[in-house]
Structures are given as C-alpha cells and as structure tokens.
Design a protein. Structure first.
Length: 297
C-alpha cells in the first residue's frame, strides 16, 4: 500500500466516523424532547459544526487526491477558506463556553438552572457566531488583496490562508501578523478559559467523598482536555509561529492543521456525547425500542 492510498483510506474512515457519530448525536437530541436543555443544545451545535466543517473539507480533499489535477476556481476556494476559519473560531469559542457550562454545573449546582437557561444557551451560541464572523472580515479583505504572479497552485489539499499568503507575490508581514494575533486571542484565550474551568472542577471533585464520583469527574476532565488540546495546540503551533517569522516545513504544517481540523470532529461525539448517560440510554432505546434506566449505564 503506497502513501497516497493510505492517506485516502484514512480520510475516508475519518469522514465516515465523523458523519456517523455526529449525525447520530443530532438525531438522538432531535427526537428526544427531554434532551432539550442547555448542555445538549451545546452538544447539538458542536455536532452540526463538525458535520458541516468535515463535509466542507474532506470530500474536496479526496477529489484533489484522487484526480491529482483538479482546478479549484478562486471563488469556491475563498468560500472554503471562509467556512473553515469561521467554523474553526466558532468551535473554539464554543468549547470554552461548554467548559464554563460544566464549571457552573459542578461548582454551583443549585444555581445552575437559574444561571444557565435555554435562552442563555441560545444567546451564547449566537454570540460566538457573531464574534467568529467579525474575526473573519479582515481575512476576507486581506485575501482579496493577494496577487499571484508566480503560481496560483496551492501545495496543499484545501484552501488555507497561510498557504495563500506564502505563494502570493504580495509580501507584507501584516497578513501573518493578523493570523498570529487572532490565533493568540482566540486559541490561547480559549484554551486558558478551558484550563481554568477544569482546574476549578478538579478542586470541586477533590471535595467529593465518593471514590467513584472522583473517578468519574477526573475521567471526564482528562478526556475533555484531550480533545481540547488536539483542537487548540496544533493550531497555535501552525498559526502563531509563522507570524513571528518561524518557518514550519510544509509537511509539518499540513500534519498539524489536518490533526486540528479533522481529528476533533471525529472524537467529539465520543468525548462529549456517547459518555453521557442520557444520550447513551436514548441511543439504546432508539435501536432496541426498550426503556432503560440511565443510571444502569
């Protein structure tokens, strides 16, 4: 098996796993009225983002890899770039909001129903989209400024802002500085919020007298931190360093960005949904038609 066949097979498996997991979560939440509360609103929207982003990326990537000569017009390329960046920023902000949601639920359980309502969840989802759209505006403006006098062929399998800047003839540090600064604000800030929230959750978990309760709290925290790290850390390395003049090889850059963009959507249903008692019991009931006590799972 050559490297190209392995890459294509891996992308197909990632895409099928992402679609199956996230679409199952979406269907389960839609058909179960008792899951319509703030926590599941966040999980639902996270699944929608992952389905849309993966569908925006993987099928075009497979087309490029299979044909090896596909020409993508500038307009669709810019559209793909804007969707990738908008959903990436939205998902990062949403992960921070979800970490804060868990923080309030664990540290202030009695006040949680009054502090976090369906209206609050809806407004926070709207806010993260507005912030992501506002962050995207300068990228679209700068992308329109770029000129390509040597080549307009991206050495990459999807349209990416950094790669467009690197192959363009418009040499100005402001382009990569924009990327580094927005990444530092959104990724470093978002990761910091997640870490602070989980530290407070750990402190609360240590006060739990039950050994099983502590085990579940720590298990949840570590798995959440795993997917959050896979989302943020590769982005921070690949997007911040170029703005400071640190060159990353094309191969390393491709691997980092693909890990950050494609792996978390496949893991999110497992980490945030399938470990949840209510969702597990709803899936069991959907497939078997039998009622089950969530506490037994």
């Amino acid at each position: 098996m050559d490297m190209m066949t392995f890459t294509i097979g891996t992308l197909v498996l990632i895409y099928l796993g992402t679609l199956f997991g996230n679409l199952l979560v979406i269907v389960v939440i839609i058909i179960n009225p008792h899951l319509r509360n703030p926590m599941f609103f966040y999980i639902f929207y996270l699944a929608v983002i992952d389905v849309v982003n993966s569908s925006n990326l993987i099928p075009p990537m497979l087309t490029v890899l299979l044909s090896r000569s596909t020409t993508v017009p500038y307009g669709p390329c810019l559209l793909q770039l804007s969707v990738v960046h908008h959903l990436g920023i939205t998902e990062g902000l949403l992960l921070s909001v979800m970490a804060c949601d868990r923080y309030v639920a664990v540290v202030y359980p009695l006040r949680y129903p009054s502090l976090v309502t369906n209206k609050t969840a809806g407004l926070s989802i709207l806010l993260v989209n507005v912030l992501a759209a506002a962050t995207l505006i300068p990228y679209m403006y700068f992308s329109a400024e770029l000129s390509f006098c040597r080549t307009n062929v991206l050495p990459y399998c999807f349209c990416d802002f950094v790669t467009m800047v690197q192959i363009s003839c418009t040499k100005d540090p402001k382009y990569l500085t924009l990327l580094s600064s927005t990444t530092m604000i959104t990724s470093v800030g978002g990761l910091g919020i997640c870490l602070l929230s989980y530290v407070r959750i750990v402190v609360a978990a240590l006060k739990i007298s039950s050994v099983d309760g502590k085990r579940k709290a720590f298990s949840t925290m570590f798995t959440h931190l795993l997917v959050v790290s896979l989302f943020y850390v590769p982005r921070m390395i690949s997007y911040i360093l170029p703005g400071f003049g640190v060159q990353i090889s094309a191969e390393a850059y491709n691997v980092l960005v693909i890990i950050a963009i494609l792996v978390p959507p496949m893991l999110n249903p497992i980490i945030y949904s399938f470990r949840n008692k209510e969702i597990k019991s709803s899936i069991y009931r959907m497939w078997t038609g039998k009622r089950v006590n969530p506490d037994s799972h």
